[in-house]
Design a protein around this ligand. Structure first.
Ligand SMILES: [Zn+2]
Length: 80
């Protein structure tokens, strides 16, 4: 059985080991340009580049897991 790169990219959730291609922070967004080209972004850098990316590459496939950023509330969130 052959697993294509595309299949791996489609089904593979972002992991802690996936790093932003711009700054090396944990990646929360994957932008796939085709069969074997993708870019990883942290939330900060995807926010910065999203308007240009979506304008110039409207057909890219985006895995957006930014909702996982700060998923656990900090302990101080409940402090008075
Ligand atoms: Zn970054």
């Amino acid at each position: 059985m052959t697993i294509t790169k595309e299949r791996i990219l489609q089904n593979d959730p972002l992991k802690i080991a996936d790093r932003c291609d711009q700054c090396g922070a944990q990646a929360f967004v994957r932008v796939v340009f085709g069969m074997d080209r993708d870019l990883l972004f942290c939330g900060h850098h995807f926010n910065r580049h999203e308007p240009i990316l979506m304008t110039q590459y409207p057909h890219v496939r985006v895995t957006d897991e930014r909702h996982r950023i700060n998923h656990k509330p900090s302990l101080s969130a409940n402090a008075d």
